[in-house]
Design a protein around this ligand. Structure first.
Ligand SMILES: C[S@@+](CC[C@H](N)C(=O)[O-])C[C@H]1O[C@@H](n2cnc3c(N)ncnc32)[C@H](O)[C@@H]1O
Length: 235
């Protein structure tokens, strides 16, 4: 799903407490013996910036579908020569390179955990065929024995709140066949400065494990408290 409409406001929304970037990077750097890392759906590079600061010896690649998001990531990451960015749709991408650690947080694929219920997979890619193609392409990029980490988020719900620049962010969730639709808005007084609608495909945990396993990714349950990612190991 293209994020052009949201790109100019993405950072201010996200850094007003939407995501816990320090915690996300804590979850990434806890994996030892990593020489290179790939983020799919890296957006404006907020995770990669923190990762690059903490682990300057690791070669980093970030890919994203939306050029407007990468245009913000580029200057942010310009001071880190170990970071490469590339505009790619994961459904068809082929970097001709393999990584020790590949991850997605809020981008492309992630899991939602609602209380005690089983995690379910959320995808930015609407169709089943394209999800399968994307996982096939992703699989080409992960070394045998390497890790795929898919972010964990809480359940989506309707809310509105004032963010750090004084604007009001709001979101509305609508159920849809095989997924949900999320409307995002940002208002400055009476004026709506940003509106974006994203359609998400969802898969229950059994379906998602089956799909991931078909492309060589085996679920590795972790005993961490408050984990930011579910972990899969490439066969
Ligand atoms: C919610 S943002 C997450 C950005 C970043 N990971 C972060 O945590 O701030 C989702 C990103 O996924 C990207 N995305 C969605 N579908 C994609 C696809 N098929 N291929 C590559 N990137 C995609 C969007 O362009 C957007 O930048």
């Amino acid at each position: 799903m293209d994020y052009t409409n949201m790109s100019a406001y993405y950072d201010v929304i996200m850094t007003s407490g939407y995501y816990d970037y320090q915690g996300i990077v804590d979850g990434l750097v806890s994996h030892p013996n990593v020489s290179n890392v790939l983020e799919i759906g890296c957006g404006t590079g907020l995770i990669l910036e923190e990762f690059a600061k903490r682990q300057p010896q690791v070669a980093i690649t970030g890919v994203d579908l939306t050029q407007a998001m990468l245009d913000i990531a580029k200057p942010r990451l310009a001071g880190f020569p170990q970071v490469q960015l590339s505009q790619e749709n994961v459904v068809v991408f082929d970097l001709k390179q393999q990584f020790d650690l590949t991850f997605s947080y809020g981008g492309v694929w992630y899991f939602v955990i609602d209380g005690d219920q089983e995690p379910f997979l959320v995808s930015h890619i609407p169709g089943d065929k394209h999800n399968e193609q994307g996982l096939a392409q992703l699989s080409l990029h992960v070394k045998s024995g390497g890790l795929l980490l898919l972010g964990i988020q809480g359940p989506h719900h309707d809310y509105e709140r004032t963010i750090s620049n004084g604007m009001v962010y709001s979101q509305k969730i609508h159920p849809a066949p095989n997924g949900f639709i999320k409307d995002y808005f940002l208002s400055d007084g009476d004026k709506t400065v940003m509106a974006q609608t994203v359609h998400y495909r969802t898969y229950d945990f059994a379906q998602s494990q089956q799909m991931l396993s078909a492309y060589g990714f085996d679920y590795q349950p972790q005993a961490t408290s408050n984990p930011k990612f579910l972990t899969f190991k490439k066969r």
